[in-house]
Design a protein around this ligand. Structure first.
Ligand SMILES: *Cc1c(COP(=O)(O)O)cnc(C)c1O
Length: 404
C-alpha cells in the first residue's frame, strides 16, 4: 500500500473524534456520521446547498441522515450480486424475528407499503389479478377509513384502483363492510380517532377483513415498533428514512405472513405488477436491516438525554441575549415525538419576528431549516450532527443580537 493510500484510509478514523470534539463535551452520541475529508465534494461540484436540519424529518429535505451502520452495510454489500428474492426472504425473516411478527418486507418507503398492502388485500396470490391491477374488471374494491384519518398518503390506496369509504364511529364502521371491502386503514398520527385502535381491529376481524396501520413517523418511542401488532393489526408500516435513520427511500411493512407474501408478489423484482416501479435495491435492503438492528440496540434513554442536553446547551447560549426565553418542549406525538427548543423574546426589545429569523437562517450560510410560529421559534435538535449544535446556536444568537 502506498503511503498516500494509507493516509487516505486514516482519514476515515476521525469520524468519532475531530469535528465531534466540541459537542462530545456535552455528551452527544449516536449521531449521524460527520463528513470525512473528501477529495471530491459533490455538493460543490453540482452547486447543491447543504442544509442543516433544525426541524423534523421531511421528505423534501432528504429525510434523515443514514447511520454509520447503514453506510457500512451499503458499502460492504455493493461488491457482489445477490438474488433479490433470496435477499428479501432473508432480510424479511430477520426483520420479522426482530419485530416479533410472522413476516416482514422492505418497501420503498411507507407510502409504497400502503400501496402494496392494498394491492395484497385485493389480489391475494391470484396471478391474474396481480397482472391486471389497477384495472380489475367489476366494481372498485373498497378500503375503510375513518373520516378524520383521511390524509395525503391515502392516494397510495386509490392508486390501486380501490375506493375509500369514510366512516365515523363504531356503528358506521361496522355497517360499512360488504363484499367489496378488502382492507381497513388506520392513520396512527391522525388528530382524532372516532374508533379506537382496539375497536377498529375488533370490528374488522369480525368481518374477516385485514387491517393496516400507518405509523410512518411514529418512533420514538422504540416500543411503537412492537405495540400495534400486539393490538392485533394485520399489517404495520414505518418509514425507514425517518428516525430509524435507514435509507430515505426504504420502509418497513410487517405482519401477517399471507399478506406479506401477497404484497411481495405485487412488488419488484417481479416484472409486471403495480409495485414494480417502486423497486428497492440490494444495498437499501441490507441498509434497512442494519438500520433497524442499530435502532433496536440503541440506548434510547441515553439518546433522549442527549437530545435534552442539546436543547439546554442551545437554550443557555440564546438566553444570553436580552429578553430571550427558551423552553424544551416535547411533541406529544405519535409522530415526531421528541424534544425541541422553543424560543421566545420580547419583540419590543428584539425587533424581529420568528418568521424573519426562519428566513434569515434559511438564507444564510450554512443554510439552516428551523420552524417559526406566530410568537415563537422552534429549533429542532434531534437531526443535528454534533458539530452543528453550536453552529445553530451561534447563528440564531447572532440573528437575534443584530435585531436588538
Ligand atoms: C412520511 C409518512 C408517509 C410516507 O412515508 P415514506 O417512507 O416517505 O414513503 C406515510 N404516512 C405518514 C403518516 C408519514 O408521516
Amino acid at each position: 500500500m502506498k503511503r498516500r493510500d494509507i493516509l487516505k484510509g486514516l482519514t476515515i478514523l476521525p469520524l468519532s473524534t475531530g469535528l465531534v470534539s466540541k459537542a462530545s463535551a456535552i455528551g452527544l452520541t449516536n449521531t449521524p456520521p460527520t463528513p470525512k475529508k473528501q477529495e471530491r465534494d459533490l455538493f460543490k461540484e453540482l452547486g447543491v446547498t447543504p442544509v442543516i436540519n433544525a426541524s423534523v424529518t421531511m421528505t423534501f429535505l432528504s429525510g434523515s441522515l443514514m447511520l454509520p451502520e447503514v453506510l457500512e452495510a451499503i458499502n460492504s454489500t455493493s461488491h457482489d450480486f445477490a438474488n433479490m428474492y433470496e435477499l428479501q426472504d432473508k432480510v424479511g425473516a430477520k426483520i420479522a424475528e426482530m419485530l416479533h411478527v410472522e413476516s416482514a418486507m422492505v418497501t420503498s418507503g411507507a407510502a409504497c407499503a400502503i400501496l402494496l398492502s392494498t394491492a395484497a388485500a385485493i389480489t391475494g396470490t391470484d396471478h391474474e389479478k396481480i397482472k391486471l391491477l389497477p384495472n380489475l374488471p367489476g366494481p372498485r374494491p373498497e378500503v375503510i377509513m375513518q373520516k378524520s384519518h383521511r390524509y395525503l398518503f391515502d392516494q397510495a390506496v386509490t392508486t390501486t384502483g380501490a375506493k375509500i369509504i369514510e366512516v365515523e364511529g363504531n356503528d358506521e364502521m361496522d355497517k360499512a363492510f360488504n363484499e367489496r371491502t378488502v382492507m381497513a386503514l388506520f392513520f396512527n398520527a391522525a388528530g382524532k380517532h372516532s374508533v379506537t385502535h382496539e375497536d377498529f381491529v375488533g370490528i374488522a376481524k369480525k368481518h374477516n377483513i385485514p387491517t393496516l396501520l400507518d405509523a410512518a413517523a411514529d418512533v420514538p418511542p422504540v416500543e411503537n415498533l412492537f405495540k400495534y401488532q400486539k393490538i392485533g393489526f394485520d399489517l404495520v408500516t414505518f418509514s425507514g428514512g425517518k428516525m430509524i435513520r435507514g435509507p430515505q427511500s426504504a420502509g418497513l411493512l410487517f405482519g401477517r405472513k399471507d399478506l406479506i407474501t401477497a404484497a411481495r408478489l405485487n412488488h419488484s423484482p417481479n416484472e409486471a405488477p403495480i409495485g414494480r416501479p417502486m423497486k428497492v435495491n440490494k444495498e437499501e435492503m441490507f441498509g434497512m436491516y442494519a438500520a433497524l438492528k442499530a435502532y433496536l440496540e440503541r440506548d434510547h434513554k441515553k439518546e433522549w438525554q442527549d437530545w435534552l442536553d442539546r436543547a439546554k446547551h442551545i437554550g443557555t447560549q440564546l438566553e444570553a441575549v436580552r429578553s430571550v426565553k427558551t423552553e424544551t418542549v416535547v411533541d406529544p406525538g405519535p409522530a415526531n415525538a421528541f424534544p425541541s427548543l422553543k424560543v421566545t423574546w420580547d419583540e419590543s426589545k428584539i425587533k424581529i419576528k420568528p418568521e424573519q429569523v426562519v428566513a434569515a437562517l434559511k438564507n444564510g450560510t450554512p443554510s439552516i431549516v428551523a420552524n417559526g410560529g406566530k410568537d415563537h421559534l422552534t429549533v429542532g435538535v434531534v437531526l443535528l450532527r454534533p458539530d452543528q449544535v453550536d453552529i445553530v446556536a451561534g447563528r440564531v444568537k447572532s440573528i437575534l443580537q443584530q435585531a436588538v
